[in-house]
Design a protein around this ligand. Sequence first.
Ligand code: ZN
Length: 498
Amino acid sequence: MTKEQKFLAYLKEIGLLREAVGLAEWDSQTGMPEMAAGYRAEMSSYLAGQAFDKSTNQTMADFISFFTSHPEELSDFGQEVFTKVKEEYDLNNKIPLERYQAYARLTSEAHSIWVESRNKQEFSIFKQTLQEIINFNKEFIPLWRKNEKTNYDVLLNQYEPGMTTEILDGVFGQVKEGIIAIRQTLAEKGTEPKTDFLNRHVSQAQQEKFVTHVIEELGYDFKRGRLDETVHPFMLNLNRRDARITTNWIEDDFIVATLGTIHEAGHGMYEQNVSEHFDYTPLAGGVSMGIHESQSLFNEIIVGSSRAFWKKQYPVFQEITGDTFKDIDFETFYKGLKKTQSSLIRIQADTLTYPLHIIIRYEIEKMIFNDDLDLEQLPEIWNSKYEEYLGIRPENDVEGILQDVHWSGGSFGYFPSYALGYMYAAQLYQAMNKEFDVEATLASDDYSPILNWLSQHIHQYGSSRKPSQLILDATKEPLNPTYLIDYMRQLYFEVYDV
Ligand code: ZN
């Protein structure tokens, strides 16, 4: 065995351990007997510990130093894999173990403090813990830093390699202005769609039958995936032949699971179509949060907002649901799906207002890390931004600053990925349209050109290309927010008869 083959075999062992951890995790959320939680935690943490140890121990250190001084021992493929492994190794090894463990302890305790703070509707209970989590990150940033300009850039980079506040300030500024202008026009000249029928009862079995049919047509492969129920939906990728999704069925609000499942299927389709070439290496999965969201949001926003798509699928839906929607014509149904309304809670936001929720979090995270914002001011800043951008003001901290779990786990720099996903999806849609008529495809019986295009330009590469490179190659230009704004304007002006 060559040194490279030994290295790849070692990475496979780590990959297998992570797969086992993933399977245990999926089982614990979907079918594990309630009383087994403690035993499962034993097993999962043992296996995860083994994987972590192998990624950071002396054997790995020896591989890293050997290939750093002998790059000629690596094939082109080996070099690609090695670069990725070394990036992860550096991230894990720059923090002293004792500080890393103290941080892990803090973030695991922080969750229950966040829950308590929510229960009492009082941000001040969580404030001190949040400050400690931020302090740890500020301590780690200089250790993680490569050549990023600002503190917050270092955090952004961990989720979206190559992304900077300089880029985001520009694109988010345009998106914010664009959405606010669209909303103003809708308020002045628009006709609000009727939506009361959206809460008619659709049984879980009916929803499942419909959405299973839809995602299969879109190209989610049930022979390489499955659909289960969990409170918080997710996609879990064990390998490219096993990318599972979950959903949350709500019988008097069918649209939640319908669009939610279509969204998760987009994540699954990405993983199912990564090239086999990358199996058992760190290149085998999706490249970043932003690109992953672009795939799920392509399904949810672009396909899920398409008139042609619903024109074809609404009769199927009507047939499955019997007489429930007999009195609702297509026009009413379609427009009702796309009603927009300000909401205080991010996860309840509609397509048009969602990016504003992300931009608010981005601006605040940037203030925390680049301007040393005093946390005492957080709730007031949060509430004022909601009032300014969305025209509504939270009445308490649960509707405001305490609504998302992310900060309690130390995830800063993660939120922008969601908005990037929106922009990437719209930009990919525009590039795809230059090659074939996407609406006409969605009106037809064969959606496969869409999956083929996405697989060819995005999926197949796994993590072997940086997000910015994928977007540039697929669309022939860098990230450009105007496609999202144009798309939203056209969509909502049509729905609101402007
Ligand atoms: Zn997603």
